[in-house]
Design a protein around this ligand. Structure first.
Ligand SMILES: CC(=O)N[C@H]1[C@@H](OP(=O)(O)OP(=O)(O)OC[C@H]2O[C@@H](n3ccc(=O)[nH]c3=O)[C@H](O)[C@@H]2O)O[C@H](CO)[C@@H](O)[C@@H]1O
Ligand SMILES: C=C(OP(=O)(O)O)C(=O)O
Length: 429
């Protein structure tokens, strides 16, 4: 397992180009399996999760070619013959569960292992299954696998209405995939409005789907008989953008420009960010950032889009260890997503968890030591803390990070960071 060795205390200067979004790309990839022809997706980052999903699709017989240098992915689903997603791959990544909707939508049958992904407490898939049932699929559990199929003699789902409670990105994606082809009308209420879902709807529409209410919480899908393969540009990663914005605020001398961003996809995040005292100027797809001399404490509560994203709360709590005063970071979406807290405390942060809230008292100096990543966003927050700490730190198990950040150390080093990737697991055994 690789680790990072980080020399802390240096500001970030210059430009960093934001990669394509992981969480927006994965639904597109699954949707490409519904087409009658080949789909080309551009701005697809060479991340472990993307490579894993490529392999998940290949198991079915789909032809998948990824050119990492040009970040271009082609998916040809013509020869799909094996509508299954095995445990060995699905356990690595929760979004593999999108295969359930895609394969059901394509051929009326899917057998998909129950998912893995970042683990921070319960992450049920009941809404995915209940929604598919409500739209007429037969669902059964079989030795850790979910089998979804059309009822005997039916030649499509029956459609209907289903209200997600709570709203769910993954369930909205799966229900869209399951229903865009066919003859029925399906209405998803309290659907997710995250940019990743909106992009998926636009992509499906370009393929020939009929979806009303895109960008609202009620999606009305009228099934169509076929979908065609298209060429499509994936959106920039809003979570990578937010992560680097937060990082740029952590050192008083940092001045950073992020290019290839989609500022509108950040929702209200920029408002919270400004309250810290950081300066932000948006110019087309570039975001210019200047760190505050003194970071103001800003409490946040995670909410569905456009509220504060749960995927940025660990990074925010890390920033708040350097703010002058007390702040609270509350996660209402994943109440247990605080595994990074003991590690920040080991670096010297004054941070404690009360129920679903991290209570942070700043400003505390951080000093370098060995720290362990536990999930994707937790691990990037530890890298950020190590970059802010005095002396040298080691961040172990960076494989979590490689799931979702493309060439992180290379990008940050180009802006002045001092991060070395060390291969192997001898020290961690
Ligand atoms: C690959 C991907 O895009 N992952 C993102 C996606 O995850 P994911 O799609 O898994 O997250 P959801 O939007 O589904 O989860 C939202 C809430 O709904 C609950 N829920 C969800 C499904 C279900 O069947 N039952 C249920 O109760 C969850 O426990 C959670 O409390 O959105 C999350 C919330 O923005 C992000 O943190 C993840 O990074
Ligand atoms: C948690 C994430 O991914 P997943 O839902 O695949 O675990 C994430 O992208 O932050």
């Amino acid at each position: 397992m690789d680790k990072f060795v980080i020399e802390g205390g240096v500001p970030l200067k210059g430009e960093i180009r934001i990669s394509g979004s992981k969480n927006a790309a994965l639904p597109l990839m699954a949707a490409a399996l519904l087409a009658d022809g080949k789909t080309t997706l551009r701005n697809i980052p060479a991340l472990h999760d993307i490579l894993t999903f490529n392999n998940v699709m290949r198991v079915t017989g789909a032809r998948v070619e990824f050119e990492a240098a040009s970040e271009t992915l082609t998916i040809d689903p013509e020869n799909i013959y094996y509508p299954e997603a095995p445990y060995e791959l699905v356990r690595k990544m929760r979004a593999s569960f999108y295969m359930l909707g895609a394969l059901l939508g394509r051929g009326g049958y899917a057998r998909v292992s129950l998912p893995g992904g970042c683990a921070w407490g319960p992450r049920p898939v009941d809404l995915h299954l209940e929604g598919m049932k409500a739209f007429g699929a037969n669902i059964r559990l079989e030795e850790g696998y979910v089998v979804a199929e059309l009822p005997e003699k039916a030649n499509g789902l029956s459609g209907g209405q289903y209200k997600l409670s709570p709203s769910s990105v993954g369930a909205t994606v799966n229900l869209l995939l399951a229903t865009v082809k066919g003859t029925a009308t399906a209405v998803i209420e309290n659907a997710a409005k995250e940019p990743d879902v909106v992009q998926l709807c636009h992509f499906l529409t370009q393929m020939g789907a009929n979806i009303d209410g895109i960008g609202t919480s009620t999606l009305r899908i009228q099934g169509v008989s076929s979908l065609k393969g298209v060429t499509f540009d994936n959106a920039p990663d809003r979570i990578e953008t937010g992560t680097f914005m937060i990082l740029a605020a952590m050192h008083p001398e940092s001045q950073l420009t992020l290019t290839n961003t989609a500022p509108d996809d950040l929702g209200f995040f920029t408002d919270w960010f400004r309250k810290t005292g950081a300066e932000i100027t948006i110019e087309g797809s570039s975001i210019h950032l200047k760190a505050p001399q003194t970071i103001q404490p800003v409490s946040v509560i995670t909410e569905i889009y456009p509220g504060f994203p749960t995927d940025l709360q660990a990074q925010w709590a890390t920033l708040m260890t350097q703010a002058e005063g007390e702040s609270h970071v509350t996660d209402t979406i994943y109440p247990d997503r605080f595994s990074y807290v003991p590690e920040l405390a080991r670096l010297g942060a004054n941070i404690k968890v009360r129920n679903n809230t991290a209570v942070i008292k700043g400003k505390t100096p951080l000093s370098g030591t060995s720290i362990m990543s536990t999930d994707l966003r937790a691990s990037v927050s530890l890298v950020m803390a190590a970059m802010c700490a005095s002396g040298r730190s080691e961040v172990l198990r960076v494989y979590h990070l490689d799931r979702g950040y493309a060439r992180l150390e290379e990008k940050l080093n180009q802006a002045g960071a001092r991060i070395t990737r060390v291969n192997g697991d001898v020290e961690e055994a």
